[in-house]
Ligand binder design. Structure first.
Ligand code: GDP
Length: 425
């Protein structure tokens, strides 16, 4: 069976932990989109890890991990993350890279930085991992597919020189940067070819057989619904689809094979980068939740930037689950809220004087104001609880209110960062 674990909101919902947990029962774990611009934090018997490029199944030696064709592959990060794992005593992961996946080039990162500097105050808050230039080039047909690294020199030199005609016009005339040389790019591609060679495979063929053999396959999403380029808060989005539906394309699987879609929802909200965030709050109250949040505070796994904080947003989360086509939800970080006397929940938006329950497109979203309902807190540590009925009544009320309002049944409640901190409902 194919399952997907995806984010319902702005990302950082705790997908890494849920994926790592479900990976236990999987044969294959696949990254199908995005690059190393976001990180999953995983805590297990080996310690604490932040994965940016590798699938979360790398800790289990019985799992085949796949970098799907939809991923933006940073070869440097791929290699250094594998090294970090083996240096820390984890067996060399079993991992294959789709020959249809494309590589992030050093000039993508450079372009990302130059563009953020050019637009200065209007910057998107990019992690400067080269993701937007990478996907622009992929769809502009001037990217490099892994399969092409194994083509003959003449073919590659022609491709590179066409790509550089475009890139150098931009670099020289718009950014006043140094121009790129064909020979340097060729050498870089050859370096990537040598590093990737042991991992490259026709993953489509591999997965077709795996589906036929009824293998347990897990699709691992990055970021969340609201960062999707079509359904998110455009233009403050990422550059590849964050939705489970794209899993079929970014991994190379029949869409009808994705039977379970688990959307990970956080018990409060956090966001990185710019963009509308209706239930955001500030000041000492926000600082306290940021300090207590997640495992060791709400700071970007890739950048270390403080995340923006907000109360649980029913409107955004319901929409986020719906666009994912979620069959169930996992509610995470519930334990973090245990210190609060009262917990506001944003239940609707006010748009131009009218109450709305739908999540509008960005221009309208910017004008929305939160409408809150305040729930009583439970004021006891809930870590270590394994049975739903053992939770304090107010914690159950909070969970059940969310469950009733996001149109998606909450099947898992996460009450701590570790693999075993989970309550099934
Ligand atoms: P992801 O990108 O969706 O995997 O999310 P991140 O890894 O960026 O952020 C989630 C953070 O919350 C990580 O530090 C996790 O270890 C932590 N975390 C996940 N679930 C829980 C939970 O239920 N309680 C607490 N306290 N932390 C959690």
């Amino acid at each position: 069976m194919v399952k997907a674990v995806v984010g319902a909101c702005w990302g950082d919902e705790g997908k890494g932990k849920i994926t790592d947990m479900l990976a236990d029962k999987s044969d294959i774990v696949i990254r199908f989109q995005g690059g190393s611009n976001a990180g999953h934090t995983i805590i297990n018997e080996y310690g604490k890890f932040t994965l940016h490029q590798l699938p979360s199944g790398v800790f289990h030696s019985n799992i085949t991990n796949i970098i799907g064709n939809g991923v933006a592959l940073s070869v440097e990060n791929f290699v250094s993350e594998i090294k970090e794992l083996t240096d820390r005593g984890i067996p060399h992961p079993n991992i294959i890279v789709s020959d249809r996946c494309q590589v992030v080039m050093p000039y993508h990162k450079q372009q990302d930085g130059l563009e953020e500097a050019r637009i200065a105050d209007a910057a998107f808050g990019s992690t400067k991992s080269g993701i937007a230039p990478f996907y622009s080039d992929k769809y502009g047909k001037i990217g490099f597919q892994v399969s092409e690294l194994f083509a003959d020199k003449e073919y590659l030199m022609n491709r590179i020189s066409n790509v550089l005609t475009l890139k150098n016009t931009l670099f020289k005339n718009l950014y006043g940067a140094e121009v790129l040389k064909v020979e340097d790019i060729y050498n870089k591609l050859m370096e990537y070819r040598d590093l990737l060679e042991p991992y490259v495979a026709d993953t489509f063929d591999f997965l077709s057989k795996a589906v036929k053999d009824n293998k347990e396959i897990l699709l691992e999403g990055q970021l969340g619904s609201l960062k999707d380029p079509d359904h998110g808060i455009y233009p403050m989005v990422t550059s590849s689809s964050t939705l489970a539906g794209y899993g079929a394309i970014g991994a190379g699987l029949p869409p009808y094979e994705i039977k379970e879609i688990i959307s990970v929802v956080k018990a409060y909200s956090s966001a990185v980068g710019a963009g509308a965030f209706v239930s955001e709050f500030f000041g000492e109250e926000a600082d306290e939740l940021r300090r207590r949040g997640g495992d060791g505070g709400e700071y970007g796994a890739t950048t270390g930037r403080p995340r923006r904080m907000g109360w649980f947003d029913v409107v955004a989360s319901r929409y986020g689950c719906q666009v994912q086509g979620a069959t169930c939800a996992a509610l995470t970080v519930v334990d973090v809220l245990s210190y609060l006397d009262e917990i506001p929940i944003c239940t609707a938006y006010e748009l131009d004087g009218e109450e709305i329950g739908y999540f509008p497109s960005t221009v309208k979203l910017e004008r929305c104001r939160p409408i809150y309902k305040v729930m009583p807190g439970w004021k006891t540590d809930i870590r270590g609880i394994r049975n739903y009925n053992d939770l304090p009544d107010n914690a159950k009320r909070y969970i059940e209110f969310i469950d009733a309002n996001i149109c998606t049944p909450i099947k898992m409640v996460s009450n701590g960062p570790a693999r075993e901190d989970i309550i099934y409902r």
